[in-house]
Design a protein around this ligand. Structure first.
Ligand code: SAH
Length: 344
């Protein structure tokens, strides 16, 4: 969380123990304030000079008794008092599911953990552009960047553990859900091995939400009552193709652009109907979101210009989206018609 008020050059007195107040101090500094500190109400022992009359007093809810009389004196003197949440206990890791890339799909738990972080290690699939508005923490990109090498998984784990052992609250923001092709289990294991407290906040997985961004429900009554989520990182085996084609439900493939030709060939060999509808949804919830719809027989050609990140959907549910879209369009068309008749 960042403050939306511009406090450039204003004296702000932050009350609260050093540990509890550290994030509030960062928030006020980021808003441009000249921050003064008072870490204990006992005898007004100060951590430095205090301003004559601060513009604002920020009272961090640090659990120490004895602040109230000082706060009352501030209010009596006409100084506004803002209550600020205390930073949580230091030295732990929170794995956060960041959803498919829009802050709208961050959970309340994710927002709270981001606000409480001292450092955030983030991936590029998470809604990272919005981080500066959501946290005052140091932001570290450990994902793939064009022209840069991806930070190796073992190094990410080491960075997280070291920061937590140094007393920081570490947030690890991952795309989608941490436990869906996210290596979340490995990161938890690394923390446990280093005796660092760790918790996981589930996120909205792209496996469901990216098809939804294109209007595709992964299940639909009387159309599909099961869905399978597969990684297309490496080609599937012949047995896997056979089982997938035999299941008869929706197939959702993540990381599947590179292996699309093998997948299509494998499912065809396993007997899937060449007319089976397929969709490729690229950059869900992000600028440039695009949906390409074809069928098993034509998708390789149709999707030749598609790139990651993209989610592939195979199954009759793709038609539900088309039907809904046509319905929405015809409804919009009727509305326009009605409006023009009313005008006439
Ligand atoms: N843990 C993540 C998945 C990580 S694997 C989750 O639960 O969503 C990375 C793959 O996720 C990408 O290759 C792509 O297939 C998919 N993906 C994630 N975000 C996406 C988005 N906004 N648009 C399209 N695909 C996305």
């Amino acid at each position: 969380m960042q403050l939306t008020i511009d406090l450039t050059g204003r004296d702000v007195l932050v009350l609260g123990s050093a540990t509890a107040a550290r994030q509030a101090v960062r928030r006020f500094e980021a808003a441009g304030a000249v921050v003064y500190r008072l870490s204990s109400p006992e005898g007004l022992e100060s951590d430095g000079p205090l301003p004559e009359k601060p513009f604002l007093v920020a009272a961090v809810d640090d659990g120490q008794p004895g602040w109230e009389s000082l706060l009352q004196r501030c209010r009596d003197a006409g100084i506004p008092v803002a209550t600020e949440p205390a930073a949580g206990p230091a030295g732990h890791v929170t794995l956060i599911g960041g959803g498919p890339g829009t802050p709208d799909l961050l959970t309340a738990g994710a927002l709270a953990a981001l606000r409480d972080a001292d450092v955030v290690f983030y991936d590029r699939l998470a809604p990272y552009q919005e981080l500066p508005a959501l946290t005052s923490a140091e932001l570290i990109d450990v994902g793939k960047r064009p022209g840069h090498h991806k930070v190796a998984q073992g190094d990410i784990e080491q960075l997280m553990v070291d920061a937590a052992l140094a007393g920081k609250n570490v947030a690890r923001l991952k795309g989608g859900d941490p436990y869906v092709f996210g290596r979340g289990g490995e990161e938890v294991a690394a923390c446990v091995a280093a005796n660092v407290p760790v918790k996981v906040i589930s996120g909205v997985t792209s496996a469901i939400s990216v098809p939804a961004a294109a209007g595709i429900p992964v299940t639909h009554r009387e159309v599909s009552h099961l869905f399978t989520v597969v990684s297309g990182h490496a080609p599937l085996t012949e047995t896997e193709h056979t089982h997938l084609a035999g299941l008869g439900g929706t197939i959702v493939v993540l990381m599947g652009i590179g292996t699309l030709p093998q997948l299509v060939a494998g499912l065809s060999r396993a007997g899937m109907d060449p007319a089976m509808p397929m969709a490729v949804v690229e950059r869900g919830y992000r600028p440039g979101q695009r949906t390409t719809i074809a069928d098993l027989g034509t998708i390789v050609n149709a999707a030749s210009g598609c790139s990651n990140p993209a989610v592939l959907v195979i199954g009759e549910v793709v038609r539900v989206a088309e039907a809904n879209r046509n319905q929405a369009e015809s409804t919009a068309e009727l509305d326009r018609l009605a409006a023009s008749l009313l005008e006439a």
